[in-house]
Write a protein of this length. Structure first.
Length: 97
């Protein structure tokens, strides 16, 4: 999956749910996607900025996570997904999958 397809998939999911009320960053190694949920809707921006929560995950596992093929809890328990910062914000990630 290309970088643009990953961003589009996340954007499609993020616009279907209520704003998360905080910021969330996906660290995919070679790129970063930033979810700004502090406004009227969740915005997806390609930038590396400080966030309330950072999720570190490989691009392959990120694609599986957003597509609903990877359970976020099992991914965290097996080390495929790491959370830094406000874990409450990470819990809102479940809305995206």
């Amino acid at each position: 999956m290309t970088s643009e397809e990953i961003k589009t998939l996340l954007l499609d999911k993020a616009t279907l749910v209520d704003p998360i009320g905080k910021t969330l960053k996906f660290d995919l190694g070679d790129r970063t996607l930033f979810v700004d949920g502090t406004g009227e809707m969740n915005e997806i921006i390609e930038k590396d900025a400080d966030a309330d929560c950072t999720v570190v995950i490989s691009p392959k596992n990120f694609t599986k996570l957003i597509a609903g093929e990877l359970n976020p809890f099992s991914a965290m328990m097996t080390g495929k997904l790491k959370i830094k910062g406000d874990k409450g914000v990470a819990m809102k990630l479940i809305q995206f999958v």
